[in-house]
Design a protein around this ligand. Structure first.
Ligand code: 13P
Ligand code: SF4
Length: 302
């Protein structure tokens, strides 16, 4: 076995640590991951693990969410610079201004947001539960931050709701254009197009299936179809190819990569476990407010 993997596995036992990995991480991270999945799954794991330490192979807001849910645990982020460009598009003051423009409306935040933004939101969602959780809220009109495309996609799925969205977006998913889908379909006419709801509406509108990273992987696993065009980050394509060698997976185009997700290496994981560095902490008052909207989401998605 790879020496780094062996050292990480030994340290995990000694420190009573678990490694959580998002499925956009470099695929070799799975060699040491105890849990691999989408944002919802990983936050559910973070909320109930008995481990004393969580090493979050992902981006900043994910580690921060894990810390908010498990304040007594040590949460380490292997690459402290790994942020989310979408989450950084709205800060606390920008949210306050947005709320002031549309007073008295419930505020729903995508989990891809800072702890400060969560602390001023009523409800949190991930891409896999947004439709269900927002329906459950039962409001006719809501504010949604920061992802305008996820918000507009949810609005369309629910039908009888108005979702006023903040103009945030994921720069990685916005590289995918409807022309790319048309071109990929010409090259692979038998393939189904599976897209993430962070994509532009003009892409989601023409996909065969739209869902979270875990949703896409589940659809590909369970479908009788044998080939798929994947309209999300490369990590999902890499895992699908590894897990289902009898099916064909084509990235919708080359280089659909989230640079922040790809910062983490096995060496980084080993380093933080050895040295217990890059610990994520959240201001207690902010965390106490933020946890409410995350708990409301976890409750509604049970
Ligand atoms: P999911 O894990 O919910 O599919 O979200 C994708 C994403 O962009 C994570 O940053
Ligand atoms: Fe953020 Fe987009 Fe990267 Fe996800 S893929 S972490 S939304 S920048």
């Amino acid at each position: 076995m790879n020496l780094t993997v062996e050292k990480i596995n030994k340290l995990k036992k000694e420190r009573n640590a678990v490694v959580l990995a998002h499925c956009y991480q470099p695929v070799e991270v799975d060699l040491v991951a105890d849990y691999v999945g989408d944002s919802l799954y990983l936050s559910q794991v973070a909320a109930k693990t008995n481990a004393e330490m969580i090493v979050f192979a992902g981006v900043y807001f994910m580690a921060q969410t894990a810390k908010i849910l498990s304040p007594d645990k040590k949460v380490l982020l292997p690459q402290i610079e790994a942020g989310c460009r979408m989450a950084d598009m709205i800060d606390y003051n920008q949210l306050i201004e947005f709320k002031a423009k549309y007073p008295n409306l419930p505020v729903v935040c995508y989990v891809n947001s800072t702890a400060e933004v969560k602390s001023e939101s009523d409800l949190c969602v991930t891409s896999s539960n947004a439709v269900r959780v927002i329906k459950h809220l039962g409001s006719e009109k809501i504010l949604f931050v920061p992802d305008t495309y996820l918000g507009k996609w949810v609005e369309k799925q629910i039908g009888n709701i108005e979702i006023i969205t903040y103009p945030g977006f994921c720069p990685t998913h916005l590289q995918i254009r409807p022309e790319d889908i048309v071109k990929a379909r010409k090259e692979h006419p038998e393939a189904l197009v599976l897209a993430h709801p962070e994509c532009h509406m003009s892409v989601s509108d023409i996909a065969d299936y739209v869902g979270s990273t875990t949703g896409i992987m589940k659809f590909a696993k369970e479908s009788d179809n044998k080939s798929f065009i994947i309209a999300t980050e490369q990590g999902v394509v890499d895992r699908l190819k590894r897990d289902y060698p009898n099916k064909e997976f084509y990235p919708v185009k080359n280089n659909i990569v989230c640079p922040n997700m790809k910062m983490t290496s096995l060496d980084d994981i080993l380093y933080v476990l050895e040295n217990e560095t890059n610990e994520i902490n959240v201001d207690e008052k902010i965390a106490q407010k933020a946890v409410k909207c995350i708990d409301a989401m976890l409750e509604a998605s049970k």
